[in-house]
Design a protein around this ligand. Structure first.
Ligand SMILES: [Zn+2]
Length: 614
């Protein structure tokens, strides 16, 4: 055995002492994890968990199967707020372990001394009641109101708040789990297999995935088949609507397979969560987690499902190795999402969504610091969450559309399919992609190579001048109506017949800064305050707050009290803060609503509102 002491206070990983066994590829260096996967790497994780809704804790054992370089003696896992009770090897022998220094964003690394032949490390632990990945909902925070609910959200670096593991997307593991929940509650996970055995449910993920894609939910859930390989899970009160709304899911999978290669995960199910879920969706493998705010009743907001599904190729199959490379996940996914939408819902719908996306990016770029406008962003010393702006999403997708313009769609599709095939179940860096791009695409299209400044796209700020400008003929009608409105045409005279959601969003975005009186006439005609479409309602509420149109107040408060999706909360609270008496209103609502939001949304809003717990 090698001495452990010299490593005690060393934060950085050592140079790999010897190569990893089993041809494990070298893992990229990740600033957001203390793990040293080129010394000792977890290859499989087995979880035995008990969900305690009263204490709001998960208690159990995480057993890692490890591979290690010949002379490596310390296994490092990330933890954040976990109570570690014991660490043992496969024979049940106690293993020495100690914590490294605590970091506000990264948590506390747990260092475990290994004996000569140790291949398994079992960690007994429990999570803290305020574990950021986990949201424990009281019954009244669910739609049904009868049972409590739990869901986890791992991306980016939150899995370490409920599982001790190497929490970096550079490391991929297979995993199994055995989860015990209170009787009558249904547990689901992002797994390839699920088997109910009395009160215990067993899960298997037989494909290597990064840690942020391990996810769990438990509550009063029902399941409804919607296709040969798709089902919806939701609360009983939502299941009917959800199953209807997501009826195009199989068509979406087939569309993506045709262009970009096979769907490799077996099933594709969707879990519709209670409204406090902080994101639109999360691409947990085999089981997308989605906000109920996409259930508009007319399938007008299901591009979100196309997006999460597309992650089954870009993100889950080929994964950003570090959070600096996040645009490889999101830019590719937005591009694929739009292609799926074009195939299933037609070019016009896809074009409108592209225009709206690029408009949002243009608005955001006006506010973003230059350093945050870069695809290959520098996140040193920051929370990876800070990089989750429109840049990796929309600018990343625009980069691929520019490449498509230059080489043609068939060549780009063949290139992307090769990218997914040759890097399947691998974690990749921006440099890996750029080398592949040059070798497999640009070198064969010299005119394209001279027509694009790749470095400017990937490492430059703003939007390059050669970014394709999408347009939509259906928006021409909206722009004409807007022009009429500006010149005094009455709301009831506006030619809005047959407009779809995207056209209404364009209309609301084009109103500029209307007065409260103007909003009142629009509201009388179009009943925006009563809209059941969350995107339309959110845009409307922002306009109303800015104009001090107080007829929305009750709806505004209800919306902020029930919906926890950060995309909606941010602009509404932002508008409140900018209003004359808005800060006091914002604080009064936030005080009541904050306990209902997930930690991800709380973090953003705490910073915006200057919230302190005292
Ligand atoms: Zn995404």
């Amino acid at each position: 055995m090698r001495p452990l002491l010299p490593l005690l206070f060393v934060a950085a990983c050592q140079t790999p002492p010897s190569p990893m066994p089993n041809h494990l590829p070298t893992a990229a260096a990740d600033l957001h994890s203390a793990a040293c996967p080129n010394e000792v790497r977890s290859t499989h994780l087995d979880l035995r968990l008990v969900l305690d809704f009263d204490a709001q804790r998960v208690t159990g054992t995480a057993t890692h199967t490890i591979a290690r370089a010949f002379d490596a003696a310390v296994f490092v896992v990330d933890t954040h707020g976990l109570e570690i009770q014991a660490v043992r090897d496969e024979a049940g022998n106690w293993l020495p372990h100690w914590f490294g220094p605590k970091d506000e964003h990264l948590g506390t690394p747990l260092r475990i001394g290994l004996r000569g032949a140790t291949t398994k490390v079992a960690i007994d632990y429990r999570s803290a009641p305020d574990a950021e990945a986990m949201q424990w909902l009281h019954p009244e925070q669910t739609n049904g109101g009868k049972a409590p609910f739990l869901f986890t959200q791992g991306q980016a670096i939150l899995t370490r708040t409920w599982i001790p593991l190497q929490d970096t997307p550079a490391v991929r593991i297979t995993w199994t789990a055995e989860v015990a929940a209170p009787s009558g509650m249904v547990t689901v996970m992002s797994a390839t297999e699920r088997q109910q055995d009395g009160a215990v449910v067993r899960f298997v993920m037989d494909k290597p995935v990064p840690s942020y894609l391990i996810a769990l939910a438990c509550g009063d859930l029902e399941r409804r088949e919607i296709g040969p390989r798709c089902a919806v899970w939701a609360e009983p009160s939502t299941i009917e609507l959800a199953a209807k709304e997501l009826g195009d899911t199989e068509a979406m999978i087939a569309a993506c397979e045709r262009e970009f290669g096979p769907y490799r995960w077996g099933r594709y199910d969707v879990l519709v969560l209670p409204p406090s879920f902080p994101f639109g969706g999360m691409e947990n493998p085999c089981l997308t987690f989605a906000t109920p705010t996409i259930l508009a009743g007319d399938r007008s907001l299901v591009s979100l499902i196309a997006h999460e599904l597309a992650h089954s190729w870009s993100g889950n199959l080929v994964t950003n190795a570090t959070w600096r490379d996040f645009w490889l996940n999101e830019g590719f996914t937005v591009y694929l999402e739009n292609r799926i939408m074009a195939t299933v819902f037609g070019d016009e719908r896809a074009a409108m969504e592209q225009v709206l996306g690029m408009q949002e990016l243009a608005d955001e770029l006006k506010e973003l610091p230059a350093a945050d406008q870069v695809l290959h962003i520098d996140l040193a010393g920051r929370n990876p969450d800070d990089g989750m702006t429109g840049v990796p999403y929309q600018k990343g997708a625009a980069f691929l559309r520019r490449l498509e313009q230059l080489v043609g769609r068939p060549a780009l599709d063949a290139f992307l399919q090769a990218w997914f095939d040759q890097h399947a179940f691998q974690s990749v860096t921006t440099d890996t992609f750029l080398a592949f791009l040059d070798r497999e695409l640009l070198s064969q299209h010299p005119e394209a190579r001279s027509g694009i400044d790749v470095d400017r796209w990937v490492r430059g700020t703003g939007l390059p001048s050669d970014a394709p400008v999408p347009d939509s003929s259906l928006f021409t009608a909206v722009d004409t109506a807007l022009q009429g409105w500006r010149q005094g045409t009455a709301a009831k005279e506006l030619p809005t017949g047959g407009w779809v959601t995207q056209q209404w969003l364009r209309f609301l975005a084009g109103l500029g800064t209307p007065t409260a009186a103007q909003l009142q006439t629009l509201d009388q005609q179009f009943a925006f305050t009563r809209s059941g479409n969350s995107e339309i309602l959110c845009s409307w509420l922002v306009l109303a707050v800015r104009a001090d149109y107080r007829a929305v107040d009750r709806r505004l408060e209800l919306f902020l009290m029930t919906v926890g999706r950060r995309k909606f909360l941010k602009p509404i609270y932002d508008a409140l803060l900018a209003a004359p008496d808005g800060k006091a209103r914002a604080m009064a609502i936030y005080q009541k609503a904050r306990p209902r939001y997930h930690a991800v949304s709380q973090r953003t809003l705490d910073a915006m509102l200057g919230w302190t717990k005292s």
